[in-house]
Design a protein around this ligand. Structure first.
Ligand SMILES: [Fe+2]
Length: 286
């Protein structure tokens, strides 16, 4: 069995795993340890790893126990064409600030796992910032928890960004998909309850007047995104961060095209199929 060194990144979520070679075959006992850790901590960091795209796919899908499905037949996940980059042509989110979100939160079948691997980053690196919806639910004040326990929200890929939009990357979608979900969303794999709202994609609380809905969402955001609950990852080449896209949200400060290189290879699984008019086009907010 592989011997790992595991250390907490924050008290409530995230672990760094050392002494693990992602190129070596993963025995069943080691796989169970990593999967259990991923379920409990929601995010794993590996540093100084040399990782091919195929290995990144395998490692990411192993975390959600779907490595056999995605690692077999060729499919969208097996194509090495998904980058977050201010350098590489045809990359996603090439510039701008991103507010907190979970990718495809507006979908019936959102991504369960995301990973980013730093292939070309240069100092000073714009970090990726993470918060845990699981921590937020566990620590939500009882009064607020009782208020939202039976309420649902509408998540949409359309325009819902709020607050100070300076530098925010805005994606426009011709026919934005949307979905209604409970605010107290039970994670389908772990059974943990998640405070499942986000500033970028959650439009409104179903059944409440607009002002009351926004006020309640702001109370939830204040708790979910409180500065002490955030973890910032400052990228170095060879870093892999893999996280549970339902339990953990991500954001980033502004990235500029002329700034230092910031190219991160992304794996998302399981992929959702989008029609052309459901795909985002990017523009700056200001
Ligand atoms: Fe994202």
């Amino acid at each position: 069995m592989t011997s790992f060194e595991i250390s907490d990144l924050t008290p409530s979520f995230g672990s760094e795993v050392r002494g693990f070679d992602p190129k070596a075959p993963l025995d069943d006992a080691s796989k169970l340890i990593l999967q259990g850790l991923f379920d409990r901590r929601g995010l794993l960091l590996l540093r100084d790893v040399d990782l091919t795209h195929a290995e990144q796919v395998r490692l990411s899908t192993t975390m959600i126990r779907k490595d056999d499905a995605a690692g077999g037949a060729p499919g969208p996940e097996t194509e090495d064409n998904f980058y977050i980059s201010n350098r590489r042509p045809n990359s996603a989110a090439p510039f701008g600030r991103l507010q907190f979100h979970a990718d495809t939160m507006w979908s019936d079948h959102p991504f369960e796992v995301l990973s980013l691997y730093a292939v070309d980053v240069a100092e000073p690196v714009v970090p990726t910032v993470f918060v845990s919806g699981t921590r937020a639910w566990e620590t939500l004040p009882a009064e607020l928890r009782a208020r939202v326990d039976d309420l649902s929200v509408l998540h949409t890929a359309g325009e819902v960004r709020r607050g100070d939009l300076t530098d925010v990357l805005v994606s426009t979608v011709a026919r934005p998909p949307s979905v209604v979900r409970p605010i107290a969303y039970v994670h389908p794999r772990t059974g943990e309850t998640i405070l499942y709202v986000c500033e970028q994609m959650t439009k409104e609380v179903v059944g409440l007047p607009p002002a009351e809905s926004e006020h309640l969402l702001q109370d939830l955001f204040a708790h979910l995104y409180e500065p002490a609950a955030r973890w910032e990852h400052h990228w170095r080449n060879g870093d892999l961060v893999v996280w549970d896209n339902l339990a953990i949200q991500h954001a980033r400060p502004n990235v500029v095209v002329e700034g230092p290189a910031r190219t991160l290879r992304k794996v998302a699984s399981p992929l959702v199929t989008l029609e052309l008019d459901e795909m985002p086009a990017y523009s700056a907010a200001d």
